[in-house]
Design a protein around this ligand. Structure first.
Ligand code: SAH
Ligand code: SF4
Length: 361
């Protein structure tokens, strides 16, 4: 009996992997891979039989359409929150994930999720409260970009892996998603427009470094000036303390004039003192970094307090005095870094899908 070949999961394959599949299965080449990529990723049409390249190859097209697997999950909610638009995707097994669209001055940035929940257990984070449920597959990761572009009509230029989950805890799928999304014939999101944010998984940072992708942006959620405070709020620090993290960051490949982004969530009375700014600066000085200072966004039932506006400005000034490049990011509104930290919160306004015209043009 003939065994059926596994499906071709289109959202999981790079251009060259798709080309090899077409070659091995049907003895066809890059011409058809390009036609599939164009139809799906440029025209946003998943019914490839309508593509001109296939009009004269009916038998091949029929066969191919049977083998292709295009799994897109529905957007079940669109939520607007202070300038950001979140959308909720319902996965096949009923789990829900969130992605955030952030309008920037000249483009849109999409913040995507990599896991349902998160294992890292950071004390201040909404996602951590869900615990870890599962990793997202490559197609579930790439699917978020596809849906933002073609169901919501958003011209996404930048992708940041800062949604739900720890990207480097789902390393293989995240790296494959970056590869799939970057092809110019397809989604065309080059690595220089991609950022991966990690809580400091040194193992993952080292694996990423070994790929030698200096264009890719790395962001590290440091959030503390020393091990004592970091271990209190980020359990991962007990496994990969700041010294080990520092060594890995020193070894990380960075493009010319590039930097590693350091995220520092400022929490009142915890990590906001003069001495903390000094310790942080000492830690960061040997590295090429840019700091994003994020005022803590308070969550119900947590013992942490948001800093006042003046505490944030003060801390920023101290870092400037220490000659650290630092920018303030607001926890809400037009800010991808913090906006993504709070995923999993109950939505407070839902927009009808048909009302969403703000992304035209
Ligand atoms: N797991 C990855 C990426 C997702 S979290 C990481 O930790 O880097 C995205 C960012 O949101 C992180 O920098 C995190 O420190 C920040 N964050 C989490 N909870 C927050 C809160 N309550 N207020 C402000 N920022 C928060
Ligand atoms: Fe996970 Fe990042 Fe939240 Fe920590 S801050 S629990 S790593 S999502």
């Amino acid at each position: 009996m003939e065994t059926k070949s596994p499906p071709i999961k289109i959202f999981e394959l790079t251009f060259s992997e798709l080309t090899s599949e077409l070659k091995n299965r049907y003895d066809k080449g890059a011409y058809y891979a390009a036609a599939i990529f164009r139809e799906i990723y440029v025209n946003g049409n998943t019914h490839i039989s309508k593509a001109p390249a296939f009009l004269r190859s009916e038998t091949f097209c029929r066969q191919l359409c049977q083998d292709l697997e295009i799994n897109l999950n529905p957007i079940t909610e669109i939520i607007e929150e202070e300038g950001l638009t979140k959308f909720v995707t319902e996965l096949k097994d009923g789990f829900k994930i969130e992605s955030v669209i952030v309008p920037m001055a000249t483009h849109y940035t999409l913040c995507i999720s990599t896991q349902v929940g998160c294992k890292m257990g950071c004390r201040f984070c909404e996602t951590a409260r869900h615990g870890f449920l599962r990793n997202l597959s490559v197609e579930e990761i790439v699917g978020q970009l596809y849906m933002a572009k073609f169901r919501l009509g958003v011209r996404v230029r930048n992708v940041v892996f800062m949604g739900m989950g720890e990207p480097l805890d789902n390393y293989d799928n995240v790296v494959q998603a970056v590869r799939v999304m970057e092809d110019q014939r397809g989604m065309d999101i080059p690595k220089r427009y991609v950022s991966i944010s990690t809580s400091g998984r040194v193992d993952g940072i080292r694996k990423l470094a070994a790929l030698n992708w200096p264009q890719l942006n790395l962001a590290v959620s440091l959030n503390a000036p020393n091990d004592r405070i970091r271990s209190k709020i980020m359990p991962i620090n007990n496994i990969y303390p700041m010294g080990k993290l520092h060594e890995a960051l020193l070894d990380f490949p960075i493009k010319n004039n590039g930097a590693i982004y350091i995220e520092y969530v400022l929490i009142k009375h915890l990590n906001d003192r003069r001495e903390h700014a000094r310790q942080l600066a000492d830690y960061l000085k040997p590295l090429k970094v840019k700091v994003n200072l994020i005022p803590y966004n308070p969550l119900a039932d947590l013992p942490f307090e948001a800093p006042d506006e003046k505490d944030v400005s003060q801390f920023l000034d101290w870092l400037v005095e220490e000659k650290i490049f630092v920018r303030k990011r607001s926890s809400k509104g037009h800010n991808i870094l913090a906006g993504c930290g709070m995923l999993g919160k109950t939505p407070h306004r839902t927009t009808n899908l048909n009302d969403l015209t703000i992304f035209d043009g």
